[in-house]
Design a protein around this ligand. Structure first.
Ligand code: URA
Length: 435
């Protein structure tokens, strides 16, 4: 077999065989295929797409590229979640403690930012000393002892995804249904989840811009899970505006802590966390209806049990607990500047990807693989579609450490918001589930 023939076959719109896909993943993972040839194949897949059989083969080959984890010695049923990526998406920081506080152990492997969308590990690293670099032994011990782990994606699991994910980020091949489906599901299958809640984002800040695309991605991922003998459900959630208010690492950690402590969290964010956590409990068999699972989640938060779980996880992973108890001690930007509504009216639309990129350019994300994250910077944007503002009202606050970047972000926020003279209907949190 040779890589040039495989690239040409996909370039010409022909399906790849199981053997070809297995060979490509094996050879790329062991370093025998160069990044430039893998990039060419990724672009061909991006443009030509893949059949269902090819996606199944790609997912399985990627899942088989490293170790397979089994956690059944720790818990009878392993439940996991994964988001397809969004702006202000700090859901894992809240959902994991909620689920763990209800007595269902959760050990999640998370990634870093991808394009304009943030990453859970980058957010958690705002807390001094916190580390997601855990050995498998530490992962198991912590899961058994405190029931909650948030770790970095281990190089031992689906290593093909680790390499391809980084390559896609810098070759404009992220937003491809087959590539996202195989990336997410290969990791979930390798990490041994019995039940998987997939948070498939749709809208201007998501990789899937239309409901049709998001549904297709969700259906493929649910099928991949079921074919592998796992239970899977996908929630089609709105990403036409940032989730919650905060975009940027320490700012998002602060919002997550406020949500866990019930300090008036943004309603859309709390509703979303409640829904995802309830579905995870339902899959794990914690109650026989989704409503009962929601009640369990609410009670875990209201009794402070979820916040205690978050605290325990931070402590176990070396983080500074004082920053959790006093979030004002998290990294703070030097400059804070409000963005005022340029006119009176209703917010008609938000280019959420532009808001995500504004955060990245402030330093909250990476423009090149080697960029260092500035955990303090970002935006807090309470403006939501349908809200009415008078000219001069604050629609957003920018947190920056550099004047030039601050000015750029200011312009980007103003350009991202469209206005209407007439009332605009607020958006739903989600568009239902698959199946
Ligand atoms: N999240 C992933 O893990 N992979 C993708 O390709 C997109 C989002």
């Amino acid at each position: 077999m040779n890589i040039i023939d495989i690239i040409a076959q996909k370039r010409d719109g022909n399906a790849l065989s199981t053997e070809q896909i297995n060979w490509f993943i094996e050879q790329y993972t062991n370093g025998s295929i160069t990044d430039y040839q893998a990039s060419a194949l990724l672009m061909a897949i991006y443009i030509r797409g893949m059949s269902r059989n090819e996606i199944i083969d790609l997912t399985q080959a990627m899942a088989d590229s490293g170790d397979q984890l089994s956690l059944h010695d720790v818990a009878d049923y392993i439940v996991d979640k994964h988001s397809s990526g969004g702006v202000g998406d700090k859901t894992s920081l809240v959902v994991l403690p909620l689920v763990a506080a209800c007595g269902v152990p959760v050990g999640k492997m998370s990634g870093r930012g991808l394009g304009s969308s943030g990453g859970t590990l980058d957010k958690m690293e705002s807390i001094s000393g916190w580390s997601g670099e855990l050995s498998l032994q530490q992962f198991r011990t912590q899961l058994r002892e405190i029931g909650i782990v948030l770790a970095s994606q281990s190089a031992d699991f689906a290593p093909a995804d680790g390499k391809l994910y980084a390559l896609r980020d810098v070759t404009a091949t992220v937003s491809s249904i087959p590539l996202i489906a195989a990336s997410i599901m290969s990791k979930k299958l390798a990490a041994g989840a019995d039940g998987i809640v997939l948070d498939v984002k749709v809208g201007s800040g998501a990789f899937m811009k239309t409901l049709e695309e998001a549904r297709e991605l969700a259906e493929i991922m649910v099928t991949l899970g079921k074919d592998a003998g796992r239970e899977a459900i996908a929630i089609l959630s709105d990403m036409n505006q940032p989730l919650g208010h905060a975009v940027g690492n320490a700012l998002e950690v602060r919002e997550a802590i406020a949500t866990l402590r019930d300090h008036e969290p943004p309603a859309d964010f709390w509703e979303h966390c409640l829904l995802i956590a309830a579905h995870m409990l339902y899959l794990a068999g914690k109650a026989d209806t989704l409503d009962k699972c929601r009640d369990l989640v609410r009670s875990a938060r209201d009794k402070g049990k979820a916040f205690s779980k978050f605290r325990a996880m931070v402590e176990a992973q070396g983080g500074d607990i004082a920053q959790v108890d006093h979030p004002e001690r998290l990294p703070q930007a030097v400059m804070e500047e409000p963005v005022y509504a340029p006119r009176s009216g209703y917010v008609a639309a938000i280019d959420t990807e532009a808001i995500g990129w504004a955060g990245v350019h402030l330093g909250a994300g990476r423009l090149t693989k080697s960029d260092r994250i500035d955990h303090a910077v970002g935006l807090v944007m309470p403006a939501k579609i349908g809200m009415q503002f008078a000219e001069g009202d604050v629609i957003c606050t920018i947190f920056a450490n550099d004047t030039e970047k601050l000015d750029k972000a200011h312009g980007a926020v103003l350009g991202a918001v469209s206005w209407s003279d007439t009332p605009v209907t607020a958006l739903p949190n989600n568009y239902g589930t698959v199946p």
